[in-house]
Design a protein. Structure first.
Length: 416
């Protein structure tokens, strides 16, 4: 779709009036070509996935083009609010689907003039799945609560979100390394990137709202196989003490040992006063095994927050769209594939070696040859060279957009 030049006249006031900022800079650049990629019929969920990294050399330029596209929608009055009276799915017929079709058409997920206006047919199903994939929602084709919430975010909020993330992406526009790991916290996703292309993507579980995963840059220097887990003070205070008050057998059942490091002795749980903060005086170490909170692998990189990447015994968490459950560290899906890639230049370590050491249960620490750069980032909106615009929920409220509320009354949809 070609964005016409001169959207903003030299004498006009920008929509978001303020001193020079990225959105004004982009909108005043004149004509930007974005191709026909936003409204191409037949786009599928597969088209949303790409080998292009989230932080590619062209991401900033792609976001600028996306801003032009969304500003055009804003100039036309924005998209309608889709009624939330009921969940919508394939086979249904409803007046709400008229609004749904118009909404999907305006964002480029649904081609114009396909199917019957009030019928949820296969065209709408494919468009909904594409929309869901772009927004990090499980692409089941059902327009339920989560999908409706994402659809009914006003275009001006999405435009501001793109502006905010343009600044973030520009701040990371330098050379990141030939091989690096990128953790996008709001997307709860990890990319391994090699020579400018994504080698693999891994679903992640990141920090809860009250125990946020930090933004940082470091280097992966060590892999621990079948590791011990030393329980952090924050978890002792917030989790372990309350659990022991309810279930005195919790430590024994989960193979967690208590050590008094000052006297170099092991304690029994009955020797700790669980009604106070007495437990904070001791070390709690969980043995390797099936119940270990880090699973079978821990990935270390130096940082002041004492966070790391690791496996997890709670695999079911990866199947949810909401993956903000940890205490700050990051759990990695398909961790063996991930670690095999990290150890690619480390002599003697391939996938067979990784599987073998995990199967043995032996404690093994491996130094990573070359030290792989890792970036923990916070990107809630980005765009690809193929014209795919992605958004994720601002889970930690760092975009500063809460004051911009959606409109509650849906406009009357246009004909056609």
């Amino acid at each position: 779709m070609t964005i016409l030049a001169g959207m903003v006249a030299a004498t006009s006031t920008p929509v978001f009036a303020q001193p020079v900022n990225p959105i004004d800079e982009v909108l005043n650049q004149g004509q930007v070509e974005w191709g026909d990629r936003f409204d191409t019929p037949g786009q599928t969920v597969a088209a949303v996935r790409t080998a292009e990294p989230t932080l590619s050399p062209s991401t900033a330029e792609n976001i600028e083009s996306a801003m032009q596209f969304y500003y055009g929608i804003l100039q036309r009055g924005g998209w309608p609010v889709v009624p939330d009276d009921e969940a919508l799915r394939i086979g249904m017929r409803s007046e709400a689907i008229v609004f749904l079709r118009q909404r999907l058409n305006m964002s480029g997920d649904l081609a114009q003039d396909v199917g019957v206006r009030d019928v949820f047919d296969s065209y709408v199903d494919a468009a909904v799945r594409r929309f869901q994939s772009r927004h990090g929602i499980h692409p089941d084709g059902i327009v339920g609560k989560e999908t409706l919430a994402a659809m009914n975010v006003p275009v001006e909020v999405r435009l501001r979100q793109l502006e905010t993330n343009l600044v973030r992406v520009r701040s990371m526009s330098g050379f990141l390394g030939k091989r690096y790991v990128m953790v996008n916290i709001p997307a709860a996703e990890i990319e391994t990137v090699e020579e400018g292309f994504v080698h693999s993507r891994h679903t992640a579980v990141v920090g809860k709202i009250d125990r946020q995963t930090p933004i940082l840059a470091s280097q992966i220097h060590e892999i621990n196989f079948n590791p011990y887990w030393h329980v952090p003070e924050s978890i002792i205070r917030k989790d372990l003490i309350p659990k022991m008050q309810k279930d005195p057998d919790y430590l024994r059942e989960n193979k967690i040992h208590i050590r008094d490091l000052r006297n170099n002795i092991e304690l029994d749980a009955s020797q700790v006063d669980w009604t106070t903060d007495d437990a904070l005086n001791y070390q709690f170490r969980q043995e390797p095994g099936a119940k270990n909170s880090m699973g079978s692998i821990k990935i270390n990189f130096h940082n002041k927050y004492s966070v790391y990447l690791h496996d997890t015994p709670s695999k079911t968490l990866f199947g949810s769209s909401y993956r903000f459950h940890s205490s700050g560290c990051v759990r990695v899906q398909n961790v063996r594939e991930f670690v095999t890639w990290v150890l690619e230049d480390t002599k003697g370590w391939d996938r067979m070696s990784v599987d073998e050491v995990i199967r043995s249960g032996e404690r093994v620490d491996v130094k990573v040859a070359g030290k792989v750069p890792i970036y923990m980032t916070y990107i809630t909106a980005w765009a690809t060279s193929e014209g795919m615009i992605h958004f994720r929920e601002d889970i930690y409220d760092r975009d500063g957009l809460n004051a911009m509320s959606p409109v509650n009354t849906p406009p009357v949809p246009t004909q056609g």
